[in-house]
Design a protein around this ligand. Structure first.
Ligand SMILES: *Cc1c(COP(=O)(O)O)cnc(C)c1O
Length: 417
């Protein structure tokens, strides 16, 4: 076999599985709110010869020669992010969202220091101090939550915990919080107790760039994000910060935490940042939120409860308690009907994490296909039908066919059906 042969010849097994995944991404309605369709141009940048280059260090200060193109690419990515988000500095080297957050811990904390973050069951992320993660094991992590009655962040609790524990870092942002994050309130509390406020906008960076969610820049001294969720870039991470933290952040990422940056990813981030600055992207971001609201309305009308009663952003957390259907059962039945989501705990969930009361859904991927409010209304009705009869195999089969027909009308970016 030739080393130059295409994938199909070299490894038909892997090629076949990729093709199968491509088909799945074409013919199913993908509702996992952290997922999306990266732009074809981003995919092209990622799968390029940039993979072959080592570039430890930063532009102009590398440990290997041959960085003529790489330096230019990284500078472009940084400059575009600075102009897009209006921040003073950007680091584009974190391998993903979790390493971006870990770099922030390394930049500001010693092991055992106190950090304050949103708990996982209230919609926070593992990297914000959960006990099974390094953030909860190596640091003294204190967690705040949402209120029981309205599922909004309990700022009285945040302020009380901040005053009591005087954290080094205060994390805000989450993975399952369907409402606007009030960065100004967090900034006030952080200022009062001398904490560095870290806004993790992994889920919403595309919404912030598109102007449909307030920006934390200027309020949080450090902003972290993934680049592959609503931002539609490659799988990667970024850290935006004030100039005064530039050195600490850059040193923490390299040499503190990582080795060579993934240069294809850096190029992909540059491409995504360029596209996120367009009018089309603003329209995309607006449409994500409009679609989420339409989906919320459709589900509520069919008796599906929503955590916090609705959504301000791209995601919804459905509470299936009134339906008497566990989240896992619903998620599996929906998947069989061509509607892909994940089961998820709801705040104060009486059920165990591996079999919780809710499902988490979101509109970024469907919106990227060009679907709109009419399709969301249809989707809500399909979802409710399945949730009302999760054991009905014939129903699932019929809806899967209808979902496929709808998906055929809305080709997914970069996928030839
Ligand atoms: C997705 C996410 C991360 C982690 O990103 P990975 O790329 O999966 O490591 C961190 N924080 C938040 C809030 C997230 O939603």
């Amino acid at each position: 076999m030739s080393y130059d042969a295409p994938l199909q010849e070299v490894d038909a097994e892997i090629a076949g599985l990729i093709r199968q995944e491509e088909l799945r991404q074409h013919e199913k309605m993908r509702l996992i709110p952290s997922e999306n369709y990266a732009y074809p141009a981003v995919m092209e940048a990622c799968g390029s010869v940039l993979n072959n280059k080592y570039s430890e260090g930063y532009a102009g200060r590398r440990y290997y020669e041959g960085q003529q193109s790489i330096d230019a690419i990284e500078v472009l990515a940084i400059e575009r992010l600075k102009s897009l988000f209006g921040c003073e500095h950007a680091n584009v080297q974190p391998y993903s969202g979790s390493p971006a957050n870990l770099a922030v811990y390394l930049a500001f904390c010693k092991p055992g220091d106190t950090v304050l973050g949103l708990s996982l069951d209230s919609g926070g992320h593992l990297t914000h101090g959960h006990k099974v993660a390094i953030s909860g094991k190596y640091f003294h992590a204190v967690q705040y939550g949402v209120r029981k009655d309205d599922h909004r962040i309990d700022f009285d609790q945040v302020a009380a915990l901040a005053r009591e524990h005087r954290p080094t870092l205060l994390f805000c942002g989450g993975t399952a919080y369907p409402r606007v994050v009030d960065f100004a309130r967090f900034a006030e509390i952080a200022r009062e107790v001398g904490a560095v406020l870290v806004a993790d906008i992994a889920h919403i960076s595309g919404l912030v760039a598109g102007g449909v969610h307030p920006s934390p820049v200027g309020l949080a001294e450090v902003v972290t994000s993934t680049t592959h969720k609503t931002f539609r870039g490659p799988r990667g991470g970024m850290i935006l910060c004030d100039d005064k933290h530039r050195k600490a952040i850059d040193r923490a990422v390299f040499p503190g935490l990582q080795g060579g940056p993934h240069n294809g990813t850096t190029a992909g981030i540059a491409v995504a940042a360029k596209l996120a600055a367009t009018e089309e992207f603003r329209a995309y971001a607006e449409s994500i939120v409009r679609n989420a609201k339409a989906l919320a309305e459709g589900l509520l009308a069919r008796g599906i409860a929503l955590v916090s009663g609705g959504t301000d952003n791209h995601l919804l957390l459905c509470d299936l308690t009134p339906k008497g259907v566990p989240g896992k059962v619903a998620a599996k039945a929906l998947d069989a009907a061509g509607i892909v989501c994940n089961y998820n705990a709801i705040p104060y969930d009486p059920r165990p994490p591996m079999n919780p009361s809710g499902i988490r859904i979101g509109t970024p991927a469907l919106t990227a296909r060009g679907m709109g409010e009419a399709e969301m209304t249809q989707l809500a009705s399909w979802m409710a039908d399945v949730i009302d009869a999760p054991e009905d195999a014939a129903l699932r089969e019929r809806i899967a066919g209808e979902v496929r027909a709808l998906c055929n009308q809305f080709p997914a970016p970069g996928i030839q059906p």
